[in-house]
Design a protein around this ligand. Structure first.
Ligand SMILES: Cc1ncc(COP(=O)(O)O)c(C=O)c1O
Length: 408
């Protein structure tokens, strides 16, 4: 039976039903197709499958029914209610990957070549930054980093360098929760024929749909809010040029080998079904937590997009349905205070990663950024006393109690 083609009114229904194809044995959920390869009835059929005349699975690095459901669900969520210039529903194609970094690798190697440059901004997930600073330059792809919240800087960079081919945005960004203006930067990028790509991991399509602003690609670490339960690493690359996605990107993805697997895809699909209700609770809890932290005497600064004191508050209001569930705060007494606070947590979890049901807190100066020289990390706003928090969906009173007893 085909995927349900119902004109859903709400995002929550799309999250539950989109992408699902009824299994021929009438299993309610698409099973985990733990099969590396698929049978051809005869050589003719094999030939038709290989030359694309007949649709069907061949080999699981290339595709698998459990993975297809997750891919189609992500496309449906990123495009829900999004129209193109002609007022037609936007169509998207998603390719699932083993990780967010896998999806990013396909994006870059599928679109750029030696001699091309990427224009991006200061605050990026550490892994993305390392890939851009250490792995891409020896391949001849360079990255220019400017503060893209200042539009003049973007203009100046592109005017001075005709080799810039991609505008790469992560918004809100990890770990500082900075935002850049997707609409303005996409208009600018398109007027200079740049490929525009957005890492939408922190916001999810429930809060922000970059394809509304005409971007070319969205990528996710599905490990985070999309999965929502911390059960699997994964990544997704979604594109608006279906032909390019089906040909060049599919080829690059298959040959780089960063494919997902049926079990992780199954977990992702089940997780995404509750995205709307989880995000609503994540966001309302985060608002309460930010208010609480802002009043606390041990804290000098709270970085939360919902607070009018956040420098990117207005930008986030323009493009996000809510300020999200990620925040960071600075403890007045620096490194020692940060370590003590983290050690005293009882219910909230001391861990990197984000977007799970459980509240997760990390102390970058003693954990993720321990090896980064103090001057360098402080340049990016990662001070000794900075704590990053992914607000979970527990009862907010319990989150607040735990923070209260851990803060001195
Ligand atoms: C914003 C962002 N993008 C990309 C990644 C990389 O994703 P993954 O760990 O799934 O490879 C992360 C990981 O933390 C992230 O936070």
């Amino acid at each position: 039976m085909p995927t349900k083609e119902i004109p859903f009114k709400g995002f929550g229904s799309v999250a539950i039903h989109a992408g699902h194809t009824q299994d021929e044995n009438y299993a309610h959920l698409t099973p985990v197709y733990a099969s590396s390869t698929y049978i051809f009835n005869n050589a003719e059929q094999g030939m038709r499958r290989f030359n694309g005349e007949e649709k069907g699975y061949i080999y699981s690095r290339w595709g698998n029914p459990t993975m297809t459901e997750a891919e189609d669900k992500i496309s449906a969520l990123e495009s829900f209610g999004v129209k193109n210039k002609n007022g037609e529903q936007v169509q998207l194609k998603t390719i699932l990957h083993a990780s967010g970094m896998g999806a990013l690798s396909t994006l870059i190697l599928g679109t750029l070549k030696s001699g091309d440059k990427i224009l991006s901004h200061f605050s990026l997930y550490g892994g993305t930054q390392e890939l851009m600073e250490k792995v891409l330059p020896p391949l001849g792809i360079e990255v220019i980093i400017v503060d893209l919240r200042d539009f003049n800087k973007a203009n100046e960079a592109v005017k001075n360098d005709g080799k810039i081919k991609m505008l790469y945005l992560e918004t809100p960004a990890n770990p500082t929760i900075q935002c850049v203006d997707i609409e303005e930067l996409t208009k600018f990028g398109k007027s200079h024929n740049l490929i525009v790509a957005v890492d939408n991991t922190f916001a999810t399509p429930f809060l922000q749909q970059p394809f509304r602003h005409g971007v070319d690609y969205v990528f996710h670490s599905t490990t985070k809010f999309l999965n929502g339960h911390g059960t699997a690493i994964g990544g997704a690359l979604t594109g608006a040029d279906i032909e390019f996605m089906e040909e060049r990107m599919t080829k690059v993805h298959r040959l780089l080998g960063g494919n997902s697997n049926p079990f992780d895809a199954f977990l992702l699909t089940q997780g995404m079904k509750t995205l709307e209700v989880r995000m609503e609770r994540h966001c309302s809890n985060a608002e309460n937590v930010a208010e609480f932290l802002q009043k606390h005497t041990s804290i000098s600064k709270v970085n939360y997009l919902g607070l009018s004191t956040h420098p990117d508050h207005e930008t986030s209001k323009k493009q996000m349905a809510h300020s999200g569930a990620m925040l960071s705060f600075e403890l007045k007494n620096g490194l020692d205070a940060g370590k003590k606070f983290i050690d005293k947590l009882q219910m909230c979890v001391r861990a990197v990663s984000l977007g799970t049901c459980d509240t997760l807190l990390s102390h970058p100066a003693s954990m993720t950024h321990y090896g980064v020289p103090k001057e360098k990390r402080e340049q990016y706003g990662i001070t000794d006393g900075l704590i990053r928090m992914s607000v979970g969906i527990e009862n907010v009173a319990d989150i607040l109690d735990d923070l209260d007893q851990a803060l001195v």
